[in-house]
Design a protein around this ligand. Structure first.
Ligand SMILES: Cc1cc2nc3c(=O)[nH]c(=O)nc-3n(C[C@H](O)[C@H](O)[C@H](O)COP(=O)(O)O)c2cc1C
Length: 305
């Protein structure tokens, strides 16, 4: 069933109004997806992480196969903030849904400068702080894996950006809950989790790594049970909204994350093979809400305590 009215899916993340809880995961969505799926129906638009200044990213191969998922070692190439504002933002804005800009940095002041600049752009409705990429040379992950460093970073972003701030958490830590609590207590409006799991692949014939450098991240269905557990765990310790992601491929997966405590969900790897996944999930969640007499899909959020 393809429904036109998604009245049972709307939600608020701080002051951000979303028509539904289904978003693209950063780095797995670009304007080209508009050729294949109805991007105007998405809950929000989340482009690939941008840096303040241009950077190259990692040497190829940047992606490799992995069982039930993929490895990526893209390393966040970015043409920088200026290029984003001059050449890219318009494409994303013309899609319709609210724009959440994902920001990265090599040090705290990169993030703070980006937050200050983006605060001036009225079309940017929220920031997602990416402190969780396992395949860059330095920067974010050192901050994102230490609660004290993270709190300082988030506090500075929140002081410079007056709209909602989402902190994207890494699973590559001993306790993701400690990091989530630090994000909440330093003023994050929401947290998103998880970014990719640090991983490598080896080609035994060539005796080489399957990605250009040995810093890669695993995503896709292989990580879903881990992501689900982290969302479930984090939900017990914070009260701000959670955007859950990691291997979500269909409505059943999305419902599992919502039952575990996610207010919204993001789709990454699945977009590469089935660009309509996000639309099918929006449709599937609305059908589920209708069939189960829910006022809103949020009624079942966190029911698995
Ligand atoms: C090719 C690729 C590029 C990615 N780039 C980014 C990025 O730029 N910023 C970010 O925060 N996460 C990035 N991610 C992580 C995803 O947003 C997401 O957190 C992760 O892949 C788990 O979701 P999935 O299993 O649905 O892909 C990337 C993932 C992939 C596979």
């Amino acid at each position: 069933m393809i429904l036109d009215d998604f009245s049972k899916l709307d939600l608020k993340i701080g002051s951000l109004d979303l028509a539904n809880p289904v978003l693209p995961a950063s780095g797995c969505f670009g304007p080209e997806l508009g050729q294949f799926t109805k991007v105007s129906s998405l809950g929000a638009i989340v482009p690939k992480t941008i840096f303040l200044h241009p950077r190259k990213g990692n040497p190829s191969p940047r992606t490799a196969e992995a069982p039930y998922g993929m490895l990526n070692s893209v390393g966040i190439p970015s043409k920088g903030l200026e290029d984003f504002l001059e050449n890219k933002i318009q494409d994303y804005l013309s899609m319709g849904p609210p724009l959440i800009v994902s920001i990265g940095g090599l040090n705290v002041s990169d993030y703070w400068d980006l937050a200050e600049h983006l605060n001036e752009i009225s079309h940017v409705k929220a920031i997602e702080i990416n402190v969780s990429c396992p395949n860059i040379e330095e920067g974010g992950l050192e901050i994102g894996s230490n609660p004290k460093n993270l709190a300082k970073l988030v506090d500075g972003v929140v002081n410079r950006f007056s709209k909602p701030v989402i902190t994207k958490l890494t699973p590559n830590v001993t306790s993701i809950t400690d990091i989530a609590v630090a994000a909440e207590s330093s003023g994050s409006t929401a947290v998103s989790l998880i970014n990719t799991l640090a991983a490598i692949g080896i080609n035994p014939n060539g005796k080489i790594l399957t990605t250009g450098i040995g810093k890669a991240g695993l995503s896709g269905p292989a990580i879903k049970p881990i992501a689900l557990k982290m969302v479930w765990e984090v939900n017990k310790h914070i009260s701000i909204p959670i955007i859950g992601m990691g291997g979500i491929e269909n409505t059943k997966d999305a419902l599992e994350f919502i039952l575990a405590g996610a207010s919204a969900i993001s789709i990454g790897t699945a977009n590469f093979t089935r660009p309509n996944t996000m639309l099918e999930i929006i449709d599937g969640l609305e059908s589920y809400a209708v069939e189960n007499n829910l006022n809103n899909i949020q009624d079942i959020r966190g029911e698995i305590g």
